[in-house]
Write a new protein. Sequence first.
Length: 309
Amino acid sequence: MTTQPSISHQKSHENVPDLIRPAAPAAAQYPLPVPFTIREITQDNYRTRTFVLDGELDAVPGQFVMAWLPRFDEKPFSLVSAAPLTLMITAVGPFTRLVHTLAVGDSLWLRGPFGRGFTPHVGLPSADPEARKRRVALVAGGYGVAPLYWFAQTWLAETNRARERASLRPALTVILGARGQADLLYRERFARLFAHSPIADSPIAQPQIADPRVADPGHRLVLTTDDGSHGLQGRVTDALAPSLAAGEIGAVLACGPDPMLMAVDALCREFGVPGQLSWEAYMRCGVGLCGSCEHGGRLLCMDGPVLGI
């Protein structure tokens, strides 16, 4: 449950530049299911695996694909990467449990990509010198880490291609949350990603337990767990709020369950910080026909899943 944002901190986002708005969708590269061979499978935790497929897509972070198993069912999944095509799949139902029975060399059928993704250039320097010092916060709850990990890779890859501008690109604050330590996903991947960043050598010796209240010039990785079994005890918003209040954050990108996104939305509006939120929904067609993914009068498969604040 979220509270009404404080009126004293609210700011209008009517004039927010396009570079921080979600990217518009293009026509699906594969409107019908196409088989892709599974090239690699990584066990991420007790019920989550990452599948690397033998193929590529023309897509951006935040877009999704529809995965299909013939004569069984079809489900939507956010992309972890488009090259190679990568999905993170958690066994929580009949379809995903069946996917987990697949082995390297088997096929998984996909169509897409669909929807609006995150804008890769969010948070780039504006005319305001102070804006260049503000961080871009990536906030993930549970399985919501998948598209944000890809966004972080895209962000750092662009910095690698333009090292002379490295000091002008804001650092990232990544906040990952889960119920407990066993449910935290991709923390090692983020730690490795930041260890090779050209922006600045992160002063955090153990990024997975970074304290968001301690300022540092490099990238910051913060873990939160509801039960306190790892990182900070609490929710992702408990770690995000202090940085927003201190004026350290220039933009927020988030993906996770609806209650978490509602709380992030309220915080962004309270402190006048623009954001992009990737909303979850039950998607059946992916092309705006069935209406099952309606959210606030918009169809997430077409207008989202990433919506701007």
